[in-house]
Design a protein around this ligand. Structure first.
Ligand code: SAM
Length: 273
């Protein structure tokens, strides 16, 4: 999908062609890698729980217009997460699609939710870069750690384009990621050509032993007026300001040694997702 598109590099330079962005990976390769990952650590909720997300995401979710015939929520790389289910429960939503490259986790989710009668849940193996969803059919798209899992810039662009394709006008993409400064540059460069914009917040519990993540609330730029105003808290202002000034969340504190949970701020493409 992204192979023939004009790609924009992380430093803002325009690059032609997929060679500059890395080779797209086939679905089978993702399935193989993640089947073994889910077999080894099947009970894991990546990054954060719904409870940590709800205060910031709630006002945005309430702003998303109802559209007859649309799917309320689709998680495009759900793993074995409960996030979509809990979000639907908390906001009274009635249709949930759970998609993942790994049949290991889809099998688990089908068993987990088999007895749920008051919420329509469809769990199936699918590629986040080419989902079975109709264009403009999903009100809320969830990405918790799936963009992180893409193996190349080409695949990140393809996944973003697919989320944009399936999003209803006025819909919301909730994207949770490692706090890699490169992600901010990626969103700033890749969203405008898709007519999308973002409000990014930094979430942490405030205690230095806790993990830090980015929460990006992404929506159609023309629908910005229906979304809440961007109101970053002090931590978000400080950390994003530092990232913009020096390209690092920590660089202006040379004596600061992050504890182990922070080690993922090193922006290697193969970070342990
Ligand atoms: C870091 S895990 C996050 C899982 C889950 N969203 C969570 O927060 O617990 C990344 C997920 O993306 C899925 N994934 C990787 N490549 C994919 C692809 N091409 N299409 C769909 N899902 C994919 C993996 O199977 C895995 O479940």
């Amino acid at each position: 999908m992204a192979n023939n598109t004009l790609l924009v590099s992380l430093n803002g330079d325009k690059l032609e062609g997929v060679a500059a962005a890395g080779q797209a990976e086939g679905l089978a390769a993702y399935s193989k890698k993640w089947d073994s990952m889910h077999t080894a650590r099947s009970d894991r909720e990546w990054h954060i729980t719904w409870g940590m997300l709800a205060p910031l995401a709630g006002p945005y979710l309430r702003a998303v217009p109802l559209i007859t015939g649309s799917t309320d929520c689709t998680d495009v790389g759900c793993g074995v997460s409960d996030l979509g289910f809990e979000l639907c429960r908390a906001h009274g939503l009635s249709t949930l699609w759970l998609l993942d490259a790994s049949s290991v986790c889809i099998d688990q989710l089908q068993a987990r939710y088999a007895a749920v009668a008051d919420l329509s849940i469809t769990a199936r193996v699918a590629d986040c870069r080419a989902t079975p969803c109709e264009p403009a059919s999903v009100r809320v798209v969830l990405d918790k750690g799936t963009l992180d899992a893409m193996e190349s810039d080409a695949d990140m662009h393809a996944m973003l384009a697919e989320m944009a394709r399936i999003l209803t006008p006025g819909g919301l993409i909730i994207s949770v990621s490692f706090p890699a400064v490169k992600r901010l540059a990626f969103l700033d460069a890749a969203l405008p050509p898709l007519a999308l914009t973002h409000h990014t917040y930094v979430i942490a519990s405030g205690d230095m032993s806790a993990a830090v993540v980015f929460l990006s609330l992404i929506f159609c730029a023309p629908a910005a007026g229906i979304m809440p105003p961007y109101t970053p808290d002090e931590r978000t202002r400080r950390m994003l300001g530092r990232a913009a000034a020096c390209g690092s969340l920590y660089e202006d504190e040379p004596d600061f040694q992050p504890p182990d949970p922070f080690s993922f701020v090193e922006e290697t493409p193969d970070a342990d997702v």
